[in-house]
Design a binder for this molecule. Structure first.
Ligand code: UDP
Length: 339
C-alpha cells in the first residue's frame, strides 16, 4: 500500500514511517519541518519506498497531488507540545484547523481512507478517570491559550465525523495520550525527554506545580501497532479511539525515577506554574485512558513498560549527545528543592 503520512518527520511520524517501510509498504511523508526533524528519518530516508515532501499541508495543489496518488492517509501533522501551543497560539489554530480542513476536503475529493490523530487534551479538565471516548469534555476559558489546542482538535474531530456521516468518507479518529520514546525532544514541553536531559546534564529537574499531578506514558513503539490495527480495520471507520497506557505515575515520582535511572546528581525542584511558561498554564491532575474500545476491536494492549522506555530514551540521548535537544531553561525564581 502507498501511505501518505502528514507530519511524517515528527517524532511519531518517523516511527510510523519506519514501521510501514519495514513491512514493505511505501510512504510519502509531507512535513514543513516546523517541529519535524530530518534525524527522525535518518534510518530510512534513502529507502526507495520512502519520499519526503517538505511543504505545508495547507498547500492545496501539493496535497491534491499527494492524496490522489496514495491509498490511505495518516494525518499526524499538527502543532504539538504545550509550550509551543502557549507560545504560538495563532499557528496552533491555523495549522490544526485549516490544515486538517484541507486534508479532509482533499481526501473526500479522491474518496481516500483517512486516520486522524487527535489528543487526550480533548477531555480537558475532566476528573472522572479513566476517560472514555464518549465522555464530555471540560475545556478551560478562551483566555488560556492551552485550550486552543483541544478546541482546534475537537473541531477536526467534528469535521471528520461529519464527512463520514454526510458523505460516507472512511475516517477513523484516534486520541493519543502521553506518548514517549526514543527521539522525542523536550524543546516544546514534553516532560520525559526534558527530565532525562536535565538529569544527564546535572541541571535541576523542574517539576511544575506540586508534582502530584499524574500521567500514563505509552511507548511510541506500542502506539504504532495501534494505529496500524485501526488502519486495517473497516469496523473502525466513523469511530473515535483512545490510545494510551494504563500505568499511572505522578510527575514527582517520574522525576525521582529518571534521576535514579540516570545516576544523576541533579536536584529535583518545584516550579510554580506561573513561572513554568511565559503566561503560566492550567494543568490536568490525572489523565488515564479507557482503552476498552480499541482492545475489543483489534485486541490492542501496550506491552512496553515505563522503565524500559526510559532506559531506551536515556541511551538515545547518550548516543545523540545532549546538544541535539538544546533548551534554554527559564530562570526559576521561587526554587524549592525537594530531592
Ligand atoms: N511538566 C513538568 N516539568 C517540565 C515539563 C512538564 O513538571 O519540565 C509536567 C506538566 O506540568 C504536566 C506533565 O509534566 O503535568 C506532563 O507534561 P507534558 O507537557 O509532557 O504533557 P501534557 O500531559 O501536559 O500534555
Amino acid at each position: 500500500m502507498r501511505f501518505l503520512v502528514t507530519g511524517g518527520a515528527g517524532f511519531i511520524g518517523g516511527h510510523l514511517s519506519k514501521n510501514l517501510i519495514d513491512d514493505g509498504h511505501s510512504v510519502v511523508a509531507i512535513d514543513d519541518l516546523s517541529t519535524g526533524r530530518m534525524e527522525n528519518l535518518s534510518a530510512f530516508s534513502d529507502d526507495k519506498n520512502f519520499q519526503l515532501v517538505v511543504e505545508s499541508i495547507t498547500n492545496t495543489s501539493v496535497m491534491d497531488r499527494l492524496v490522489s496518488e496514495c491509498d490511505i492517509i495518516i494525518h499526524l501533522a499538527a502543532a504539538v507540545g504545550v509550550e509551543l501551543i502557549v507560545r504560538s497560539p495563532v499557528d496552533t489554530i491555523e495549522t490544526n484547523v485549516m490544515g486538517t480542513e484541507n486534508v479532509l476536503r482533499t481526501a473526500r475529493r479522491y474518496r481516500k481512507k483517512i486516520l486522524i490523530a487527535s489528543t487526550s487534551e480533548i477531555y480537558g479538565k475532566l476528573t472522572n478517570v479513566p476517560f472514555n471516548e464518549d465522555d464530555d469534555s471540560l475545556i478551560g476559558a478562551t483566555t488560556h491559550h492551552r485550550w486552543a489546542y483541544a478546541t482546534s482538535k475537537a473541531l477536526d474531530e467534528f469535521l471528520a465525523l461529519a464527512y463520514h456521516k454526510e458523505m460516507g468518507l472512511p475516517v477513523v479518529i484516534f486520541r493519543l495520550f502521553n506518548t514517549i520514546g526514543p527521539r522525542q525532544r523536550g524543546r516544546y514541553g514534553m516532560v520525559v525527554p526534558r527530565f532525562v536531559r536535565q538529569a544527564l546534564s546535572g541541571a535541576d529537574i523542574t517539576v511544575y506545580g506540586d508534582g502530584n499531578q499524574s500521567r500514563c506514558f505509552c511507548d511510541v513503539r506500542d502506539v504504532i501497532p495501534a494505529i496500524r490495527g485501526l488502519a486495517d480495520s473497516p469496523e473502525a471507520e466513523g469511530r473515535v479511539f483512545n490510545i494510551g497506557a494504563k500505568e499511572e505515575i505522578t510527575i514527582i515520582d517520574l522525576a525521582r525515577k529518571i534521576k535514579t535511572m540516570c545516576n544523576s546528581n541533579s536536584s529535583i525542584i518545584l516550579v510554580p506554574y506561573e513561572e513554568a511558561t511565559e503566561q503560566g498554564f492550567e494543568d490536568m491532575r490525572r489523565r488515564i485512558p479507557d482503552t476498552t474500545r480499541i482492545h475489543e476491536l483489534i485486541g490492542w494492549i501496550p506491552k512496553i513498560g515505563l522503565d524500559q522506555t526510559i532506559l531506551d530514551i536515556v541511551s538515545q540521548f547518550k548516543s545523540d549527545g545532549l546538544s541535539a535537544d538544546s533548551i534554554t531553561e527559564r530562570p526559576v525564581i521561587k526554587r524549592v528543592v525537594v530531592d
